[in-house]
Design a protein around this ligand. Structure first.
Ligand code: ADP
Ligand code: ASP
Ligand code: MG
Length: 412
């Protein structure tokens, strides 16, 4: 029997009515002759609530207990979905991550899936079970503790199951009807894409488009999973939504495929560090050891043997970065005059594989921002993206202006 993976995100299972609607979609796929693996998220808002409880009790918490707590939202929806399907006379059973078991690394709160044994679930399909409902976002470490895969991790659970079971497709049901040229909440001109290349989706996701977790796109690309994003709120045909696929499958595309943004950025500047060989290592090794995810880096012009070093990191890691730098200063590894944190910044990025063969895309982006009076604080580029750090208050304006200037509302 072909296996199909269907993932329902938080808003798609937010109420009993929505779980029933999702279960009906699953019933349609079962009626077509598929064995279905359903991956569920926690009901909308549940994970945030659980994270809030953890932080209230213990801001610098034990990550193992964080995982034990925040993974629990998915357990509820998995059981509710299995029960709903049983009520519809569809043979279904729920699994928590450890029961499969979804084996992960021990990196609590951002674990990576290492292995998903298929025998257990396949045996049940062999006995007539039609739907395996699996709690997304969670797994088990080699030490036998519950782990979670990072926020948005149910997408990754879904793709990993699709790869392990060689599924015909992995359908990600969410509250939008596909991947858009930018977040449709920021501009009504955002256009739904029928197809997007893995590389572009990977960049968009890692630069802030939370419609798919970055790791899920990485896995889909590596294991050639047919990945589709579609709405759980509308009746869907077989070619609905957006297909994330290999570049070769896309006939025509714009130079810029989409605009992504991230609000949760901070710009940190170390004022007056010694400009000597090894200074970058002396700064960034302790930051990395402290678990700070440094993104952009700029070293300013040096004057009289001293320079300023600027880097960006997620806002919730600012405290950790400050502590790491103060410790490095106290131990004499580095010396700086001051560490200035600017937490009112946002990152805006344009992404497109067409940039490989088109010159002048970055220049056009900078001109658009100049015309809007938006000051650029830091720039980074790669082969298929340009990112800028700007004042957060201009973020929406910048996204809309870039969307207009690159005519993303029109097809190529
Ligand atoms: P789920 O709970 O189903 O996992 P998410 O909230 O994680 O859903 O992701 C869906 C949201 O992603 C949309 O509501 C939309 O606001 C946001 N989003 C950001 N960028 C994009 C984009 N380029 N295309 C579509 N949605 C996007
Ligand atoms: N419930 C988790 C979260 O909110 C995982 C997910 O929804 O993908 O991050
Ligand atoms: Mg999500």
């Amino acid at each position: 029997m072909p296996v199909l993976v269907m993932k329902f995100g938080g808003t798609s299972v937010a109420t009993i009515d929505r779980i029933k609607r999702a279960a009906k979609r699953v019933g349609v796929e079962v009626a077509k002759g598929n064995d279905v693996i359903v991956i569920v998220s926690a009901m909308a808002g549940e994970t945030n609530k659980l994270v809030g409880f953890v932080n209230e009790i213990s801001p610098l918490h034990d990550a193992r207990e964080y995982d034990a707590i925040v993974s629990s939202g998915e357990n509820v929806t998995a059981g509710l979905m299995a029960l709903t399907l049983q009520e519809m006379d569809v043979p279904a059973r729920s699994w928590q991550g450890w029961q499969v078991p979804v084996m992960t690394t021990s990196a609590h709160s951002s674990a990576r899936i290492e292995e998903i044994p298929t025998d257990n679930i396949l045996a049940k399909f062999g006995e007539g079970m039609k739907v395996a409902v699996v709690a997304g976002f969670q797994g088990a470490s080699p030490e036998g503790r519950i782990t979670t895969l990072g926020r948005g991790g149910s997408d990754t659970t879904a793709v990993a199951f699709a790869a392990a079971f060689e599924a015909i497709r992995c359908d990600i049901y969410t509250d939008v009807d596909g991947v858009y040229t930018t977040d449709p909440r920021v501009t009504s001109k955002a256009r739904k894409l029928d197809k997007i290349a893995f590389e572009e989706m990977l960049e968009l996701a890692s630069l802030g488009a939370k419609v798919l977790q970055t790791r899920s796109v990485e896995l889909a690309m590596r294991y050639k999973v047919r990945l589709r994003v579609l709405s759980s709120f509308e009746e869907q045909s077989d070619d609905a939504g957006t297909l994330v696929c290999a570049e070769e499958e896309i006939m025509e595309s714009n130079v810029v495929a989409g605009v992504a943004f991230s609000r949760d950025e901070a710009k940190m500047t170390l004022i007056s560090v010694a400009d000597r060989p090894g200074i970058a290592a002396a700064i960034f090794v302790p930051l990395s050891e402290a678990g700070v995810n440094v993104d952009m880096i700029v070293q300013n012009i040096s004057e009289e043997g001293r320079t300023d070093m600027t880097f960006s990191c997620p806002t919730d890691q600012v405290k950790r970065a400050q502590m790491a730098m103060e410790d490095a200063k106290a131990s004499g590894e580095i010396n700086f005059h001051d560490l200035v944190a600017d937490t009112d910044v946002a990152k805006v990025s344009i992404v497109g594989i067409g940039m490989r063969s088109h010159a002048g895309v970055a220049a056009k982006m900078f001109s658009v921002l100049r015309d809007e009076g938006v000051n650029i604080k830091v720039i980074t580029t790669s082969e298929i993206k340009v990112s800028v750090l700007i004042d957060r208050k201009y973020m929406e304006l910048a996204v809309q202006a870039l969307h207009d200037a690159f005519e993303l509302d029109k097809t190529a």
